[in-house]
Design a protein around this ligand. Structure first.
Ligand code: SF4
Length: 158
């Protein structure tokens, strides 16, 4: 188990899904599967979110929205593609307006297969995402610590 030092905030965006995966994402938040036991908090605000869960494929209309949501999230951030549609375009991939999976517009860190993705698999994907988030957070904090040490040193020399 990862050593989580803060509650990861998760934002869910539904691309062009059939809603099957969305229902399973919702199921994860019910007491039956209880994703909140991992400290997860569900948010609708990209500026507060650490992990972006994408369901459904990317089409010409939602591509700029997905990109904008991702860009609004602060670093570090992690993307989890939930269900085969978000992974590759899935059953809709040959539709005239489908570009493919979420990785057509943003970098995806974790791919959760399934049609629909099972709640257990989604939670597993989120936990993997938390691990990646934690690693990135530590790297970022280390880099920021080094920067402020260098600044301090430069200040002493002046
Ligand atoms: S993977 Fe299956 S259940 Fe999920 S959005 Fe696509 S078609 Fe629907």
């Amino acid at each position: 188990m990862y050593n989580i030092t803060r509650s990861p905030w998760v934002m869910h965006y539904d691309g062009s899904s059939c809603n099957g995966c969305d229902i399973e994402v919702l199921a994860c938040l019910t007491p039956v599967y209880d994703a909140e036991r991992f400290g997860i908090i569900n948010t609708g605000d990209p500026m507060q979110a650490d992990i972006l869960l994408v369901t459904g494929g990317i089409n010409t209309q939602n591509a700029p929205i997905v990109k904008q949501l991702y860009d609004q999230m602060s670093d570090p951030k992690v993307v989890v593609a939930v269900g085969v549609c978000a992974c590759t375009g899935g059953v809709f991939k040959d539709c005239y307006n489908i570009l493919g999976g979420a990785d057509q517009v943003i970098p995806v860190d974790v791919y959760v297969p399934g049609c629909a993705a099972r709640p257990q698999a989604i939670i597993d994907g989120i936990v993997k995402g938390i691990g990646i988030f934690q690693e990135r957070l530590e790297k970022l904090e280390k880099a920021e610590g080094q920067k402020s040490e260098e600044k301090e040193e430069a200040g002493k020399e002046e």
